[in-house]
Design a protein around this ligand. Structure first.
Ligand SMILES: NC(=O)c1ccc[n+]([C@@H]2O[C@H](COP(=O)([O-])OP(=O)(O)OC[C@H]3O[C@@H](n4cnc5c(N)ncnc54)[C@H](OP(=O)(O)O)[C@@H]3O)[C@@H](O)[C@H]2O)c1
Length: 342
């Protein structure tokens, strides 16, 4: 019998009101895919940019986005995978995650650690894998170093904080001031309000003018130049987003152009002479490196079992209220993850 799925669809580029719930038949399973009945799906900032028409990797509209889900396996294509049926799993989806049922390649699916809820599990894939790549794989953070986490209160920001604390590094974060007490309770050493304070000056004061060894920066535009200047010698700047460009309609397009024009160019001689490096992270373009991603996820799953990976669910919304969920994030209200429940 054909399975009917409910999906949240971006009907056209625009404000939160363009998100609509629609029904359609679930396609046949492809080779080595499993069907997951979704219990929770994570929202990421890229989804907001996709809805605004500002995310170049998004499918053409109308489309269903969503990079991560948690739920229960109901069907498998390959009989060798039958032991997965009935298992609680979470995983990465190459779009299509805002759905009640989805077919996912088996190599993108992972067992949920026993003590985690579906909501907590759906909060892990994008935020923690991005954080792991930024902090451990490419950032190479050590316990004698300091990290500046830009946008520390977001899903990725909290994940970087967990990992940096596990490493034993000193943690400094930028966030709206109403998120500071939460961040300090989670173990952030110093919080800076980047909306009302000159964060460069505050960081300078906190580090006796030396700067920090790692900066993780999803803001983009001219902020990357300021972050680069705030690195200590041997420092690394990890760039992974353009939150600064976020806005709907013509304003969004103009902000995107402004953000792109303000991006710095890093001359090799300058990198050499200042003993600094820069790198970029885009989890949405690592589908061909599933072995690496599985290895990182295994570390993170062990971290969840050991207690240092602590996914924080801020709020859940029904599919019908997906627009409210997007508006909530755009209004900067979230601390950690916001999820949709089919
Ligand atoms: N490259 C990758 O692979 C990858 C993967 C995941 C995420 N990202 C990027 O990382 C960033 C954070 O993602 P996330 O999912 O962690 O975000 P999130 O949880 O949705 O966090 C949103 C937060 O971003 C802050 N923010 C900064 N500038 C903003 C703006 N112009 N409009 C609205 N909010 C703004 C706000 O916190 P404050 O109140 O503190 O300002 C807001 O609460 C995004 O740029 C995203 O695209 C990249």
């Amino acid at each position: 019998m054909t399975q009917i799925r409910r999906q949240v669809v971006i009907t056209k580029a625009g404000g939160p009101e363009v998100l609509k719930v629609q029904e359609s038949p679930l396609p046949q399973l492809n080779k080595d895919e499993v069907t997951v009945a979704v219990a929770a799906t994570g929202i990421n900032f890229a989804d907001i940019l996709a809805r605004q028409g500002l995310y170049q990797d998004a499918p053409s509209m109308p489309c269903t986005i969503g990079y991560e889900v948690a739920g229960t396996v109901t069907h498998v294509e390959n009989t060798a995978h039958e032991h997965w049926i009935g298992k609680r799993v979470f995983g990465l989806t190459h779009f299509g995650g805002y759905t009640s049922h989805i077919n996912i390649p088996i190599h993108q699916v992972f067992d949920i650690p026993a003590h985690l809820s579906f909501e907590e599990a759906a909060s892990i894939p994008v935020a923690y894998l991005t954080a792991y790549q930024l902090t451990v794989v490419m950032g190479q953070l050590t316990d004698s170093e300091s990290v500046l986490i830009q946008n520390a209160g977001g899903g990725v920001g909290l994940a970087i904080l967990d990992i940096a604390k596990h490493i034993g590094a000193t943690t400094i974060g930028t966030a709206s001031s109403r998120k500071h007490s939460f961040l300090k309770d989670r173990g952030l050493s110093h919080a800076i309000d980047y909306n009302t304070q000159d964060w460069v000056h505050e960081l300078h004061k906190l580090t006796d003018g030396r700067g920090v060894e790692l900066i993780t920066d999803p803001l983009g535009g001219k902020n990357w130049q300021a972050s680069f200047k705030s690195l200590r010698a041997t420092g690394r700047l990890g760039m992974f987003g353009i939150s600064e460009a976020s806005a709907t309609g013509l304003k969004g397009k103009l902000k995107l152009i402004r953000t792109a024009l303000a991006m710095p160019f890093f001359h090799p001689v300058r990198l050499m002479n200042e003993n600094k490096s820069v790198f970029g992270v885009n989890m949405g373009r690592l589908w061909h490196e599933s072995d690496k991603v599985r290895e990182w996820m295994n570390e993170l799953t062990e971290g969840a079992e050991a207690g240092w990976v602590r996914p924080h669910v801020d709020k859940t919304f029904s599919f019908e209220n997906a627009g409210e969920a997007h508006a909530y994030i755009e209004a900067r209200k979230n601390i950690g993850k916001v999820l949709l429940i089919p």
